[in-house]
Design a protein around this ligand. Structure first.
Ligand code: HXC
Length: 518
């Protein structure tokens, strides 16, 4: 017997209510007990109120293996759709741990792929809230195929639309590789984990006894491995950080980031900048503080702040414009360039270049980190990553040398020679092939050895070298520095420079793609 219209309407009502139930109250409660939100609660907090438009709420899997036919939940373990954040459209998927552990099935992979395809067509960011036990074990190769379908889309979308991954629970196996291809990974402390193989497998295979937290917790990945870009206090903090991150990023590679109203620098910034460089060039100071004294409102949104802190990366605004900042940090390891520092900064530079975000490079670097560890781990290749990334970047690129710019690191840190658009130096800048003592030891070795007092001779020769090279004026004479400025003038010069460069067009030679030293 055909259903009446009220009955048909009631059917839809029932289905909608069923979809909202996810894996049931008990499992949602278990999720809450672990300090985690449900997949729907997360979307409510992330998106503008009432803006979420679900797609595919009625999707079910069609597997019949291992009793799966009796576990056909509406939505099949992932909630997908689109909504707005601060009025901007974003596409989202939120894996639902209460349905078969958020595991990835063929059907739920298809849902994720559908919204990724829509995001590409419509030029909007994709945000994935990941909370998944990996490939749905009962489905076998179909779920593996589902992962590969997502990986392909992640790769093709890379550099076209921003992709942000939130890790909201235990993410194992395939569940970590999709985030790894995306632009940013955010983790919630003590409730999110990422590993290719979990602690149990490790115990059996390598006999290592390690907790989930130690192996793949938020602190581990934000300080040891560098896999996570932000370690957030909890899920709510994480969702807020996604919104903050988006403020600096455009919708897609064809657009520019949004300008906002200019917020002045913090009070007393100019005086503090003039005083910040210590008298002795071997004394540390905080480049992070320099950044905070230069940018709008002193607000520096640092990325990977606990990983390889000898280089700082992050977003800020200057004169209302969004910029990406890469800066040596003399307060940590004298700001030296290490393998991890180079990898960290290179990936960030490439992100900014993909999405038309101008770059500010702040330089105080004594060179590359020496040592067998670094050499044997390949600093030659890894150090070249940052060189390559900055050299190929065509966004506006402005440099400020505050103190040391020695050796190859001078070239690497957005020198004029690799297309720095405006290169400033403070009067305290030291631009030379190497530090004066090291230089004197090499070029005056014979004279020093023959001197009555080699120690004094070394000091004299070092001073000679320092007087000649440890300043910005030779570089300025050659045009390698556009202007030597007082520290207090930095903010004003940068606002002017980025404004002047706002319509910059630069290109690289036609090619399929370059071959960055990976
Ligand atoms: C199907 C799964 C599942 C999975 C969890 N569940 N993972 N169902 N496939 N992969 C189900 C559980 O049976 C359980 O169902 C519910 O989800 C919650 O899981 P629990 O184990 O009770 O939760 P918890 O104790 O918090 O542990 C979470 C976990 C653990 C650490 C994620 O479930 C786990 O180790 N799962 C397997 C992880 C894994 O090895 N995945 C395959 C990776 S291989 P009920 O009905 O009880 O609620 C892979 C290959 C892709 O992904 C490679 C591509 C490169």
């Amino acid at each position: 017997m055909t259903q009446s219209k009220p009955e048909k309407f009631e059917k839809l009502n029932q289905l909608r209510e069923e979809a909202l139930k996810q894996g049931g109250d008990k499992r949602i409660e278990a999720q809450h007990k672990k300090g985690k939100l449900s997949a729907r609660e997360r979307l409510d907090l992330l998106l503008d109120k009432g803006s979420f438009q679900e797609i595919g709420a009625l999707v079910k899997h069609s597997s019949t293996n291992f009793g799966l036919e009796s576990q056909r939940y509406l939505g099949d373990g992932v909630i997908t759709g689109y909504g707005t954040i601060a009025g901007r459209t974003v596409y989202v998927f939120s894996q639902d741990f209460t349905v078969l552990g958020g595991s990835l099935s063929k059907a739920n992979a298809e849902k994720i792929c559908k919204i990724m395809d829509m995001a590409m067509q419509n030029g909007c960011p994709v945000i994935g809230l990941n909370d998944s036990g990996g490939a749905r074990i009962q489905e076998g190769v179909e779920s593996l195929g589902g992962y590969a379908d997502i990986f392909l889309r992640n790769t093709l979308a890379s550099g076209v639309v921003p992709q942000i991954s939130a890790i909201m629970g235990p993410c194992a196996g395939g569940a970590v590789y999709s985030p790894a291809i995306t632009d940013f990974i955010l983790m919630a402390n003590h409730t999110s984990y990422m590993f290719v193989t979990g602690p149990n497998v490790l115990k059996t295979v390598t006999h290592e006894d390690v907790t989930q937290e130690e192996l793949g917790g938020a602190e581990t990945h934000s300080s040891k491995s560098g896999v996570a870009h932000l370690c957030c206090e909890n899920e709510i903090d994480l969702l807020e950080n996604i919104k903050r991150l988006l403020e600096y990023i455009p919708q897609n590679c064809e657009e520019k980031p949004f300008n906002s109203n200019v917020v002045e620098a913090v009070d007393g910034a100019e005086e503090k900048l003039d005083e910040i460089i210590p008298d002795s060039s071997s004394k540390p100071y905080s480049m992070k503080e320099v950044i905070e004294l230069i940018v709008d409102g002193g607000e520096f949104f640092e990325i990977q702040g606990n990983y390889s802190e000898n280089i700082r990366i992050g977003f800020a605004r200057i004169g209302g414009r969004s910029i990406g900042i890469v800066a040596n940090e003399p307060a940590v390891l004298a700001g030296v360039l290490s393998i991890n520092a180079s990898r960290k900064a290179a990936r960030f530079v490439r992100f900014c270049d993909c999405f038309n975000i101008p770059l500010l490079v702040c330089v105080d670097v004594p060179g590359f980190l020496p040592g067998t560890d670094q050499e044997w781990d390949g600093i030659i290749i890894h150090g070249a990553k940052l060189l390559y990334a900055l050299a190929e970047a065509t966004v506006p690129k402005v440099t400020v040398i505050t103190r040391k710019a020695y050796g190859g690191a001078y070239d690497v840190m957005n020198s004029k020679h690799i297309r720095g658009d405006m290169n400033f130096a403070w009067p305290t800048a030291e631009i030379a092939v190497m530090g004066s003592k090291g230089a004197a030891e090499i070029i005056f070795r014979k004279e020093i050895a023959a001197a009555d007092d080699p120690k004094i001779a070394l000091e004299d020769k070092s001073k000679d070298y320092e007087d000649t090279f440890a300043n910005p004026y030779l570089a300025a004479e050659k045009g390698y520095i556009d202007e030597v400025i007082y520290p207090r003038e930095t903010r004003q010069r940068l606002i002017r420079a980025f404004d002047m460069l706002k319509h910059k067009v630069d290109t690289n030679p036609r090619k399929k793609h370059g071959n960055i030293p990976l």
